[in-house]
Design a protein around this ligand. Structure first.
Ligand code: GDP
Length: 301
């Protein structure tokens, strides 16, 4: 499975994105690293520290509205112990923005003090957003580009062609985000990224992906599936027979296929011959997870 993912990943434009990010990083004081709160570890790039060397950094756990608040709190604490300021955010509703502004100033305190010593006052802090595809970079930037924010650019002292968005009186945000790429030598990371919509899920088989999700939910959020679809547990293994599906290992897969069968039956998803359509049930389950309809869930321990 991992091999399949890697073929579709690391395309040429990623190299270009990295180069662009390295160029833009020179223009800013601070990098706002966006990660997906549902998969905080898997959605971060391990090279970010090296890429941002010498710059202040704040970690934003975006899509916090979809993630488990307890896991978010733990991750924020753990990041803090590693010396990284982290904050939960919902870029669509702008929840967390005020706190972020305070963090940005705090993270850049040393720089502000240095400026002051040199007699530079009133120069705004400059920040750029970076993160993997689909983590919400554009949404985050657009949240600032609302009516209240003025775009600045093409004026003396501003690099030609760059657009800056005012985040606060003293903070400007580059309107071009840096695109990072996730690293997933570990196939589990690839699966998490696919489930969160960070990589094209079409490259993975929906039923296989849904099995992984079901196992994870059973372990950490028992009851979430039963509650969503109004199905009971226990009879799942028998149900797979009703779907006329053959499963080779006859063990866990049969049981999980049974759950998909129950979902198909609960939703009236049937194939032409009238058998429960477990393939469509898998797609429904994956879509419901992605849109937070199974509850606030984090896929990492
Ligand atoms: P980008 O590729 O990093 O620029 O990501 P986008 O800004 O295009 O966002 C990808 C998808 O995630 C879009 O459908 C957004 O509406 C959605 N999105 C972005 N931020 C959030 C958030 O905080 N919560 C939720 N639920 N969805 C978000």
């Amino acid at each position: 499975m991992s091999e399949k993912i890697n073929i579709h990943w690391y395309p040429g434009h990623m190299t270009k994105a990295r180069r662009m990010m390295e160029e833009n990083i020179k223009l800013v004081d601070l990098v706002i690293e966006l990660a997906d709160a549902r998969i905080p570890e898997s959605s971060r790039n391990p090279d970010i520290g090296a890429l941002c060397a010498g710059k202040a950094r704040v970690l934003v756990l975006n899509k916090a509205d979809l993630a488990d608040p307890v896991c978010i709190r733990r991750y924020v604490e753990a990041a803090g112990k590693d010396g990284v300021r982290a904050i939960a955010m919902d870029a669509r509703s702008r929840r967390g923005m005020e706190e972020l502004r305070a963090y940005v100033r705090e993270a850049c305190a040393a720089k502000l003090a240095r400026d002051k010593r040199r007699g530079i006052v009133g120069r705004p802090l400059r920040a750029m957003v970076a993160g993997i595809p689909n983590v919400g970079k554009s949404t985050f930037i657009n949240s600032f580009a609302g009516k209240a924010c003025t775009k600045t650019g093409n004026k003396p002292g501003v690099t030609k062609g760059k657009q800056w968005i005012r985040m606060a009186k003293d903070i400007e945000l580059l309107d071009t985000p840096g695109i990072l790429w996730p690293k997933f030598e570990d196939p589990q990371t690839g699966i998490r990224l696919a489930l969160a919509g960070a990589i094209n899920e079409d490259i993975l088989e929906p039923v296989e992906l849904s099995f992984w999700l079901l196992r994870c939910l059973e372990q950490s959020y028992p009851g979430a599936v039963a509650q969503r679809y109004g199905i009971g547990a226990g009879t799942a293994a028998e149900q797979s027979a009703a779907a006329n599906e053959t499963v080779t290992d006859g063990g866990d897969s049969a049981r999980l296929l049974g759950i998909l069968t129950q979902i198909a039956q609960a939703r009236g998803l049937v194939k032409a011959q009238g058998a429960p359509d477990t393939g469509r049930a898998a797609t429904v389950l994956l879509d419901d997870f992605k849109n937070g309809r199974l509850g606030k869930i984090t896929l990492e321990p």
